[in-house]
Design a protein around this ligand. Structure first.
Ligand code: HEC
Length: 123
């Protein structure tokens, strides 16, 4: 009896643990909280490049997440056009990393992960 219950709970825990929810849910939240959405959308160019395009460029790059986390905190210029991105130094290193990992999930090579995000634009 008890062992069955144990396996059931362990199974549920395993499922919850397996879903990379932290990266996917924390990403959009942090992006709104840090005002990134003033300049970035997922699919459409605003002041800055769309996050999906950024993902496509860096998804295959070794250590792309570290690179992007650094770009977020120190800003970027000349990579996408003539408008520079000011340093977002209010973002902590951990948060920048979480956001960077989430951005990379938006790559076309990872379409399944973006489905739920497509519906809720970052307004
Ligand atoms: C004032 C407008 C503005 C804000 C606010 C802003 N960005 Fe940007 N972002 C840009 C622009 C413009 C670029 C393109 C810069 C370039 O050409 O190198 C960019 C580029 C980027 C890149 C790609 C950098 C690279 O190395 O290719 C990432 C990732 C990014 N932004 C994430 C964020 C995140 C996350 C936030 C919020 C914490 C944010 N941005 C806030 C305007 C902005």
């Amino acid at each position: 009896m008890h062992s069955k219950l144990f396996f059931l709970l362990a199974g549920i825990g395993g499922l919850l643990g397996w879903v990379p929810a932290s990266a996917q849910l924390a990403g959009p939240g942090a992006i709104k909280a840090n005002n990134c959405a003033a300049c970035h959308q997922i699919h459409h160019k605003r002041v800055g490049p769309p996050f999906q395009q950024i993902a496509n460029r860096y998804a295959g790059v070794p250590d792309g997440a570290s690179y992007l986390a650094n770009s977020i905190r120190t800003g970027s210029r000349g990579k996408w056009g003539s408008v520079p991105m000011p340093a977002q130094s209010q973002v902590s290193e951990d948060q920048a990393r979480t956001i960077a990992e989430w951005i990379l999930t938006l790559s076309d090579k990872n379409v399944g992960a973006t489905k739920h995000v497509d519906k809720g634009a970052l307004k």
